[in-house]
Design a binder for this molecule. Structure first.
Ligand code: 5GP
Length: 112
């Protein structure tokens, strides 16, 4: 099991902000912004390049859930960034697909 599957199964604690049948969202343990949430499928897809059309509906709903999570955490008006790190050069460190939601400060662009 990946660390995120263990979180989804309740085996490792996390500060959960949103959960539905097939995905979950929780605060990142090493926040890079005042709001830093990870949105994660309960079943492991290793990374976005391993996803296929059977995942399209869930991936769409994960993206749409960012609005609800941002509203819950009070950053809907100020804005937020969503990021997927795919592969080594992108800085992927956990091989279990996840969307980062970052907010609560002005974020630089381009990213480092
Ligand atoms: P990546 O670098 O793969 O895009 O992002 C992985 C993220 O997972 C990192 O931001 C890291 O801080 C977070 N992370 C790693 N292990 C844990 C954990 O056990 N709990 C939580 N909440 N976040 C974790």
């Amino acid at each position: 099991m990946t660390i995120f599957e263990k979180i989804a199964a309740g085996q490792i604690p996390a500060r959960i902000v949103h959960e539905v049948e097939d995905f979950i969202a929780f605060h990142d343990i090493q926040a890079q912004a005042p709001v830093h949430v990870l949105i994660v499928p309960r079943k492991c897809i290793t990374r976005i390049t391993e996803a296929d059309v059977s995942h399209a509906d869930m991936l769409g709903r994960m993206l749409l859930a960012t609005r609800e999570i941002a509203a819950k955490l009070g950053v809907l008006e100020s804005g937020y960034r969503i990021v997927i790190n795919n592969g080594r050069d992108a800085g992927e460190s956990v091989p279990h697909l996840h969307i980062h939601l970052l907010a609560g400060r002005a974020l630089a662009w381009p990213p480092g």
